[in-house]
Design a protein around this ligand. Structure first.
Ligand SMILES: *Cc1c(COP(=O)(O)O)cnc(C)c1O
Length: 398
């Protein structure tokens, strides 16, 4: 095994010294044959767990037929997936990407171009929120506004304002004749699993309607059933004008999408945007198979039910370890516990107990299990978390 100093890869990640060889369901197996319970799903990606037969079959079939053709041809797999997504959501139109950041980039470009087309090219500014995460491209680090991700990378893309979520009056005061859009994650994932109040999302929608602004939702992490609805904004009973999605949509195959209403998408005429790989036959064959599974009767209801079980267990732990667990947050199977010991240490200790979890901002221990988990998996995971916290508590007493 190579450490980051001897690796030929960029040292951009603090990599754990574990590598996996295969996966089945909610389990991952290391090269040494050790078995791990996966409660991070490649950070919210492997929605169907590992080795799902239906998506594997769709991929194999497509591998044998055709991998890639240019988007200058019509791609039936992409047409079909876009059609199905528009039937299942607010959207009329879809642009496929390879990642979440590209989906956000597409949403931002589309918002600006929409106003350009309306003869208001000065409308380029976007109001976004502190604690947000929208990706790692130059545009999306500016949109996210996290100084730690912006510093050292030269002039930042201008036009973004950030303020803490929750205060609609403060947002209203920022709106000017330069504002194009408001951008928000319904649950801030990387920022610490901060659930945005439904009332605030409704107020943002109203504010956008009043001023003719576009509401852009980043559902890259919250989408595709993760919160117990197909998309998290459904909890608030609102609809965006633009929405970026990714993580769950390919369930492990690189795929993202920007969804839009017809009104907004129609300004993106031939030549305004593109992506060589975006929406190629392989990705969309998988995407269609993932959608079959996620939209199957009962699938999303199962997520909601398991979310309640998960939440109950987290509350139990908070009662048992009041000095270690300060807060419990989240929706569906996107949850977190704000803890007092450094979260990265706890994530490491959980790995020693063969449980994979993920750190988030605000010292939150984040759990993003595959959406197919059962009660037994949850109980097993919480035995491991309990044992780990007991260890930490015992050491604190020394
Ligand atoms: C992961 C994530 C992104 C970025 O997605 P990439 O595929 O890494 O580019 C953007 N927004 C949110 C909310 C995310 O969780």
């Amino acid at each position: 095994m190579t450490d980051s100093i001897n690796s030929a890869l960029f040292p951009t990640y603090a990599r754990a010294k574990i590598s996996f060889e295969r996966g089945q369901g909610v389990r991952l197996f290391s090269a040494e044959g050790e078995e791990y319970l996966d409660f991070m799903s490649g950070v919210g990606v492997n929605a169907l767990g590992h080795g799902d037969a239906h998506i594997a079959e769709a991929l194999h079939k497509q591998v044998d037929q055709l991998w890639h053709v240019s988007n200058v041809f019509s791609i039936p797999q992409a047409e079909k997936l876009a059609q199905r997504l528009s039937e299942a959501t607010f959207a009329d139109s879809v642009f496929f990407t390879n990642s979440g950041a590209e989906a956000i980039e597409c949403a931002l470009k589309t918002a600006r171009h929409y106003f350009f087309d309306l003869g208001q090219p000065e409308r380029v500014e976007v109001i976004a929120f502190t604690g947000a995460f929208h990706g790692r491209t130059l545009g999306t680090i500016a949109a996210g506004g996290n100084p730690a991700y912006i510093e050292g990378f030269g002039p930042s893309l201008s036009g973004f304002h950030h303020l803490p979520p929750g205060d609609i009056e403060a947002v209203a005061r920022l709106v000017s004749d330069k504002t194009a859009a408001i951008l928000i994650e319904p649950v801030q994932g990387e920022g610490g699993v901060g659930v945005i109040e439904e009332g605030f999302l409704q107020d943002l929608r109203k504010l956008c309607d009043t001023h003719g602004l576009l509401l852009i939702l980043d559902e890259v992490q919250t989408g595709y059933g993760r919160t117990g609805k197909f998309f998290a904004h459904e909890w608030a009973g609102i609809e965006p004008d633009l929405m970026a999605i990714a993580k769950g949509i390919g369930a492990g195959f690189p795929l993202g999408a920007c969804l839009a209403t017809k009104k907004v998408a129609k300004s993106m005429v031939a030549g305004t945007h593109g992506s060589t790989y975006g929406g190629n036959p392989l990705a969309c064959a998988v995407g269609n198979a993932v959608l079959d599974r996620v939209l199957a009767p009962g699938f999303i209801e199962h997520v909601e039910e398991m979310g309640h079980v998960l939440s109950w267990h987290m509350h139990q732990l908070m009662q048992k370890y009041p000095d270690l667990v300060q807060d419990v947050r989240g929706k569906g199977l996107m949850v977190g516990m704000k803890i007092t010991p450094p979260v990265r240490d706890v994530v490491k200790r959980l790995q020693d107990h063969k449980l994979l979890a993920v750190a988030a901002g605000d010292n939150v221990l984040r759990l993003l299990p595959p959406l197919i988990i059962t009660r037994d998996h949850i109980e097993e995971a919480f035995e491991k978390i309990d044992a780990t916290l007991a260890e930490v508590a015992a050491e604190d007493e020394k």
